[in-house]
Design a binder for this molecule. Structure first.
Ligand SMILES: NC(=O)C1=CN([C@@H]2O[C@H](COP(=O)(O)OP(=O)(O)OC[C@H]3O[C@@H](n4cnc5c(N)ncnc54)[C@H](OP(=O)(O)O)[C@@H]3O)[C@@H](O)[C@H]2O)[C@H](O)CC1
Ligand SMILES: Cc1cc2nc3c(=O)[nH]c(=O)nc-3n(C[C@H](O)[C@H](O)[C@H](O)COP(=O)(O)O)c2cc1C
Ligand SMILES: Cc1ncc(COP(=O)(O)O)c(C=O)c1O
Ligand SMILES: [K+]
Length: 533
């Protein structure tokens, strides 16, 4: 028996800055949102949103409550120029950080933010225009990471600082054969040669009017806004911390400054970021210790999972009709598949586990009662063996009613990061009471009580009713005694009669291999057919 019984599925919890208000601290369950290039919306990972390769698109976890809260820009802290400088001094003074460290983390945040939105297959050529201060240093670091992420960076670094930190960053880039271009080398019109312009000219220490050669470089960026729809799409502009030329607090005062497509604020957004109206506002600099958060009363979104950046601000407007992926996968051929579809399923399931997909055992279960009208929902696969696929649920639920009227169902797995789908169809039976009992008691006690409380699919007058009953049962069983499985809760097993394994391929010419049973010389075997995509 190949089973998930006894395996614990860890629920990830958000780590929240101490200064978050109570309303945010009440988050106790995270949901995952998928964020990809195609969903550049806080599923970003909160769904992240996207991965860089097109083959593996993974998002992190994001809290739904946090998500709602941080879509409202007013709930985020914005820093004055003086505060930003003071935070830097505190980090690099009493808190023991070095500028090298902070710059490395800042530059990495910028590179990962870019990779979440602009994939290297489409936006490959990156020009980082670096200024004389730390903002320029962030640009150099970001360019190095982007090189390793598969982009082709170029650097324009006209006013170099002779300090070892900066000369070291230049040497590192040179060792990667990243080209350095002088201002004179750069085309006057930046629209044809680059896909991304990283604006790393000035950060929070900018003051006055830009001096040469940055005044001219900023003008060249501004010119790009006039391309509109008339020519091929201009490069996108990604500003680090401050759109260069903007007043750190007032923003784009005369409205004639650069209009970045992406702003990556570091540590916390500066006041000018309130005026940022581009589609992608990210926060980076995942190093703020509680001391700083408390002292400066910072209210910042939690970073999802292990991400170095998090999307803030309003979600970008997206054209749903234009959302699509071009699947690039290894060929899926008859010659190499398992003769037994159960073995093939296990192989693909293991791949999904190894790829780190979240809840690879989540499957859509479709049923239809005697009226023939289908209904679908997600359930978790809890075991699979030669007899079939097992899940647990409430025997009074809608799905249970439909199964009682028509004991046939279909299961569907979609393993996004692998461009794979598996369809399974067949008759359904309840598992034995003993099997249900065993599984029920392997669940966390909270879920056991939850199963008793929930008369699944019936109408409830309000969530307080469920919580009240939950509390009462929690008290009743607080002595650790066994929580009896209710009669109305248990498992089902689908015995597969048809399988289809789908592997996404380019130009929608996917591989589809269907397994159906047939008899050869009185022996039941699985026949494999290729279906048109
Ligand atoms: N805590 C963090 O998140 C960290 C952020 N980092 C990044 O550092 C910058 C701030 O860096 P800083 O070196 O203090 O300042 P700038 O990069 O903004 O630039 C200062 C240099 O720019 C010159 N400057 C200023 N105004 C002008 C102008 N109008 N024209 C031309 N040049 C100008 C200035 O020269 P001055 O002679 O005028 O003083 C400096 O040479 C922050 O925004 C983040 O991006 C750190 O990397 C890590 C910690
Ligand atoms: C990821 C995920 C896993 C779920 N797993 C189960 C499950 O294993 N069993 C279950 O009864 N409901 C599960 N649900 C809830 C179902 O989708 C559904 O809301 C519930 O079973 C009621 O469906 P019904 O009214 O069609 O019977 C899950 C939902 C999600 C999103
Ligand atoms: C209503 C319901 N029942 C059962 C399950 C499966 O839970 P477990 O993994 O604890 O069996 C889920 C999972 O989301 C669920 O939402
Ligand atoms: K900048």
């Amino acid at each position: 028996m190949w089973s998930f019984i006894g395996r614990s599925i860890t629920m990830r919890c958000l780590t929240l800055p101490q200064s978050l208000p109570v309303s945010l601290l009440s988050i106790n369950k995270t949901h995952v949102f998928r964020s990809g290039f195609s969903y550049p919306f806080w599923r970003s990972t909160v769904g992240s949103f996207c991965s860089t390769s097109g083959v593996f698109t993974r998002m992190g976890d994001r809290g739904v409550s946090a998500l709602q809260s941080f879509h409202n820009q007013d709930s985020i802290s914005y820093l004055l120029q003086r505060e930003a400088a003071e935070i830097d001094e505190t980090l690099m003074g009493p808190l023991g950080f070095s500028v090298d460290q902070l710059m490395e983390l800042a530059g990495l945040s910028v590179a990962t933010s870019i990779a979440e939105v602009y994939r290297p297959s489409e936006y490959n050529r990156v020009l980082a225009i670096c200024g004389p201060g730390n903002n320029g240093g962030d640009g150099l670091v970001a360019a190095r990471h982007l090189h390793h992420f598969g982009y082709k960076p170029y650097i324009c670094y006209p006013k170099r600082t002779p300090k070892p930190l900066y000369t070291g960053l230049v040497t590192q880039l040179e060792s990667l054969s990243v080209p350095f271009l002088s201002v004179e080398d750069l085309p006057l019109d930046l629209s044809n040669d680059f896909d991304i312009l990283v604006d790393a000219m000035f950060g929070f220490s900018f003051h006055g009017a830009p001096r040469p050669p940055f005044d001219d470089l900023i003008r060249r960026m501004i010119c790009l806004h006039n391309y509109g729809q008339t020519r091929q799409k201009p490069p996108v502009i990604v500003s680090i911390d401050i759109p260069s030329g903007w007043h750190v607090e007032e923003g784009d005062i005369d409205g004639e400054g650069i209009k970045p497509d992406m702003l990556v604020s570091l540590t916390a957004p500066k006041l000018c970021a309130k005026k940022f109206s581009g589609p992608h506002h990210f926060l980076g600099g995942r190093f703020v210790p509680p001391f700083i958060a408390d002292k400066f009363k910072l209210h910042l979104p939690p970073y999802p999972g292990t991400a170095m950046c998090v999307r803030i601000g309003k979600p970008p407007q997206i054209d749903i009709s234009a959302l699509r992926e071009n699947y690039i996968s290894p060929e899926f051929l008859e010659e190499y598949v398992e003769a037994d579809p159960m073995d093939q399923f296990r192989k693909w399931f293991d791949d999904a586990v190894v790829a780190g997909l979240k809840e690879p055992n989540a499957m859509a279960l479709s049923t239809a009662g005697k009226d023939g009208k289908p209904s679908s929902r997600i359930v978790l696969l809890k075991g699979v063996d030669k007899d079939g696929f097992v899940w647990y649920t409430n025997y009074g639920s809608r799905k249970a009613h439909e199964i009682s009227e028509n004991p046939h169902a279909s299961l569907l797995f979609y393993w996004d990061g692998l461009n794979r789908q598996v369809r399974i169809e067949g008759p359904v039976q309840k598992v034995s009471e003993l099997e249900s009992e065993q599984y029920f008691h392997s669940r966390p006690r909270g879920s056991q009580i939850g199963a008793i409380v929930s008369k699944q699919s019936t109408i409830v007058p309000g969530r307080h009713v469920l919580h009240q009953e939950y509390k009462e049962l929690e008290n009743k069983f607080s002595d650790g005694s066994m929580i009896p499985k209710p009669k109305y809760w248990g498992g089902y097993r689908l015995k597969p009669e048809l399988f289809e394994f789908w592997q996404g391929q380019q130009s929608r010419l996917h591989d589809r291999l269907q397994y159906s049973p047939e008899e050869i010389n009185g022996k039941r075997v699985w026949r494999i057919d290729r279906l048109a995509p």
